[in-house]
Design a protein around this ligand. Structure first.
Ligand SMILES: [Zn+2]
Ligand SMILES: [Zn+2]
Length: 230
């Protein structure tokens, strides 16, 4: 498995291309903004981009979908159906997040509508990319239709804004629910196994074992009344 990370957007989002070494088939998880570096990487390494997979619909994870789909027109566009409430509102998201139109413009956050998804991913589904097999798990809490993708032979999980190194996703935006997020992490992520490497939507990689033992939101050290902004 080849993993290439591009840190994009003012939110320092980890856009990743994951490829099967043997077949050169690849997916991009969460293209945050239009990036020539990203599309050139796919082209220059002779990768066949078969899908753009979105862990969730926040602007810093989907803002580059239209540009990457234009560069790779055969790629599917996949997300969970419950995430359409955000995906369809890409153009309004800066305002929902409290940015004025001027601020949004200065941060490069002006968008055309996101392109239509090809189909929706479901909890428990296996998505194959060459010899890689990604298990899809629905993990609501940061947003309604958030998913994580786990490659069980490689022991890698891509967690978007569900779980971070030492932290968790914010739950104060529309669709967020703190108790639901903690439940999703416990039931759908920690159960993968301590030896999984966690590739987060923001910040450094970690392991499930390290988070289970030290993440203050999971050990019970931190007990917020209403969630925490990340
Ligand atoms: Zn998010
Ligand atoms: Zn994010």
């Amino acid at each position: 498995m080849i993993i290439k990370t591009f840190v994009l957007t003012p939110f320092q989002q980890n856009t990743r291309v994951i490829a099967c070494e043997e077949t050169k088939r690849a997916v991009c998880i969460d293209p945050g903004e239009p990036s020539a570096e990203l599309s050139n990487y796919v082209r220059d390494n002779d990768l066949v981009l078969q899908a753009i997979i979105l862990t969730h619909g926040h602007l810093d994870h989907i803002g580059g979908t239209r540009a990457l789909a234009a560069a790779c027109p055969d790629a599917e566009i996949l997300l969970h159906a419950d995430e359409m409430y955000l995906y369809e509102k890409l153009q309004q998201q800066p305002l929902i997040m409290g940015l004025s139109p001027e601020q949004a413009r200065s941060m490069g956050m002006e968008y055309d509508p996101a392109p239509n998804p090809t189909r929706f991913l479901n909890d428990g589904e296996i998505y194959e990319v060459g010899n890689l097999r990604f298990l899809v798990r629905h993990v609501p809490g940061h947003t309604l239709g958030h998913i994580v993708l786990a490659e069980q032979n490689e022991k890698a999980v891509f967690t978007g804004d569900c779980l971070f190194s030492g932290s968790i996703g914010r739950t104060d935006l529309p669709g967020g629910d703190y108790a639901q997020l903690i439940g999703s992490i416990r039931e759908k992520v920690l159960t993968l196994g301590d030896d999984f490497t966690v590739y987060c939507g923001h910040g450094p990689e970690t392991t499930i074992g390290r988070e289970r033992l030290t993440n203050p939101f999971l050990t019970g050290v931190y007990q917020p009344a209403g969630g925490r902004a990340v």
